[in-house]
Ligand binder design. Structure first.
Ligand code: F6R
Length: 620
């Protein structure tokens, strides 16, 4: 939620600070797109421009009325929490005297109390945001001499704030210095050559440098063109951890595709390949980065997966495999619900957090709760150095590359691949599977990228079907066994990008209620299990017939050669013959993702930026 970019460069002033910040904002727009704004600092003070709506509104305003060159700059793209998306509520916010500008990601929970304290000093707010109080407080500190520098003011002010925040501030009287602070919201530093960068994540400055510095919890960053200093909130020196950014600028560009969502769907084979890469050594599992004692894995008596949205559906898929391979009970829990039900967690519970962004606040808080109960937390995460990765006891990275479209696609298949690696690793260390059995599964996993490619070959016919259904207002998705979470994911994708009512159900539940929704013309998607599992297959085929008999339009995802479906299916999309049942979700989800993307495009919606959503949900 909310994207943040900061830049400190050398004198003399130039257009580079603003250009770097605008390019960063365009790559971060997936984090929020209710409004955008920039501030540039130069020897003549601060210049600010901000506009409600998409980034293009801001760039048009800047073209019409350019800002003076600067030495440092910062930019913000907003996902509104406090205050409607308007010009006045857009960041940056200024202190009463206009000397200090602030951008913010997170929520200042005690802002009403701080606002009242400011009002008592005669300082009133211009906006409805929680952020403005920070700008005002910093301004007061400098104006009345309580603080001599912006850094000192920031240290004083963060001590008064409750909630979560990444703050970046500029002082018009010290244009060479950018000061930032973080608590419970993301911030990463990019180390350049004679210039330095700040961002909510590395996409803010990808292509500018490949050196990044992880910033710990409760840290203030003081950045100039040639120096980056970290302090804890008490003002003592703090350490960051430097790492190399492996994402390149091309990974954050559309590369000829109409949308990032389309590009990312096409990247799925690669995402799975990269997630498996280096982990299969001579047919055996090498999960060196896990760094957890194998004895701990042997002592585990329960796994609880915590995740949100699409990541939670990847967790539901993983449950079938891990329980089957390892004979450990697996619970899958929505992170936002986990700590409110007084969960039974012990030191024998392994928590598995799944998150693409590594910043989802619900997941982070659930992890923290589990840690407090003595559980170990392992995470599957796509974002290096993110909060969830840093706070986990061990990390299994999905190497899917940056996922920019708000709707998650390639991360889902990569999360399943990573969860399967974990399941097989557990099965091996716990002695549930012989190494040669594990090797057999790994061999099948390594065939999945090629199988996804085969499904992608049907893209045009899937899109053609979506074009015929663009006016449909309701859809059902039904699946059994691992097809059930895929049905949920298919419905979620359609809801979020095409704004169509869609419901996913376990196919067996149909008769317990949802069948009442079926009427002539209703499109119903079925994820049909392989005929090699007749106990699953036959039941879903019966469900297809039941729905067809009531006049619904049946769209079936089935294995090549499965002819039992053809009599009852209006449309069939095929997944490759021989795909193991547990790996089916990595291929059956693909047509559903393409369908959702095309439906959204047909309806004229912004596929990559669905309304009201943000990519990384850093509020609870
Ligand atoms: C759906 C979607 C969301 C995320 C969820 C978790 O397309 O993107 O449901 O899956 O917000 O996000 P991460 O994986 O970043 O924790």
């Amino acid at each position: 939620m909310c994207g943040i970019v900061g830049y400190a460069g050398p004198a003399p002033a130039s257009d580079r600070p603003l250009n770097v910040v605008l390019a960063g904002l365009s790559r971060l727009e997936y984090r929020g797109y209710d409004s955008a704004g920039v501030a540039v600092a130069s020897a003549s003070g601060l210049a600010v421009c901000k506009r409600s709506g998409r980034l293009t509104n801001l760039t048009a305003a800047l073209e019409a009325d350019p800002l003076a060159p600067g030495i440092s700059a910062m930019g913000h793209t907003r996902w509104a929490t406090h205050g409607a998306p308007s010009d006045v509520n857009a960041h940056p916010h200024l202190s009463a005297d206009g000397r200090v500008a602030v951008i913010h990601n997170g929520i200042i929970e005690n802002f009403l109390e701080l606002k009242a304290q400011l009002a008592a000093r005669g300082i009133t707010q211009r906006s409805d945001t929680d952020t403005e109080v920070v700008a005002q407080l910093l301004g007061v500190e400098l104006a009345d001499g309580t603080a001599a520098t912006l850094t000192e003011a920031m240290l004083h002010v963060v001590a008064r704030l409750q909630g979560s925040f990444t703050l970046v501030a500029l002082d018009g009287q010290d244009p060479a210095t950018v000061v930032a602070a973080r608590r419970n919201s993301p911030l990463v530093v990019g180390l350049g050559n004679g210039e330095n960068f700040l961002g909510s994540d590395v996409s803010a400055f990808v292509g500018e440098t490949d050196r990044a510095l992880e910033v710990g919890q409760d840290t203030v960053v003081v950045m100039t063109a040639t120096n980056v200093k970290l302090l804890d909130f008490a003002g003592n020196p703090a350490q960051g951890r430097e790492y190399t950014i492996t994402w390149d600028a091309k990974a954050a560009a559309k590369d000829g595709y109409a949308t990032f969502m389309d590009k990312e769907i096409h990247e799925e084979p690669h995402a799975v390949e990269e997630t498996l890469r280096g982990r299969l050594v001579d047919g055996h599992l090498a999960l060196d980065e896990m760094r957890m004692d194998p004895a701990l894995f042997r002592s585990v008596d329960k796994i609880i997966v915590i995740a949100a949205g699409t990541a939670s559906y990847a967790g539901q898929v993983a449950r079938y495999a891990i329980e089957h391979w390892c004979r450990i009970p697996v619970e899958v829990e929505l992170a936002s619900e986990f700590r409110y039900r007084d969960p039974v967690v012990s030191e024998k519970t392994l928590m598995l957090a799944i998150s693409q962004s590594g910043e989802t606040m619900d997941t982070l808080q659930a992890m923290r709760h589990a840690h407090e109960q003595g559980a170990k937390v392992l995470c599957i995460c796509n974002t290096y150095g993110s909060s969830i990765a840093r706070e986990s006891d061990a990390v299994l990275y999905t190497h899917a590359g940056p996922e920019i479209a708000v709707a998650s696609t390639k991360a889902f298949v990569a999360q399943i691949a990573a969860a399967y690696l974990l399941g097989l690793y557990l099965a091996e260390v716990r002695g549930n599977k012989y190494p040669e059995e594990v090797a057999g599964y790994l061999e099948e996993l390594s065939r999945m990228p090629g199988r996804i490619e085969k499904v992608l070959e049907q893209e045009e016919s899937i899109r053609a079907l979506a074009r015929t259904m663009k006016d449909k207002t309701s859809f059902l998705f039904l699946g059994r066994h691992v097809g059930f979470p895929v049905a949920l994911e298919g419905a979620l994708k359609l809801k979020e990008v095409a704004y169509v009512h869609a419901e996913g159900f376990a196919a067996g539940e149909l008769k317990h209620g949802p069948i009442a929704l079926v009427e002539p013309g209703l499109p119903v998607f079925f994820i049909v299990p392989t005929p090699r599992r007749p106990e699953l297959h036959n039941k879903v085929i019966s469900n297809v017939q039941e729905v067809r008999a009531r006049g619904a339009r049946t769209i079936v995802i089935a294995e090549e050669g499965d002819n039992a479906v053809t009599d009852y299916a209006e449309h069939v999309f095929r997944v490759p013959l021989g795909t193991p049942t547990l790996m089916m979700p990595m291929v059956t989800v693909v047509p559903l993702q393409i369908f959702a993307s095309e439906m959204a495009a047909q309806k004229g919606y912004d596929v990559d930026h669905p309304r009201n959503l943000a990519k990384s949900v850093t509020v609870e």
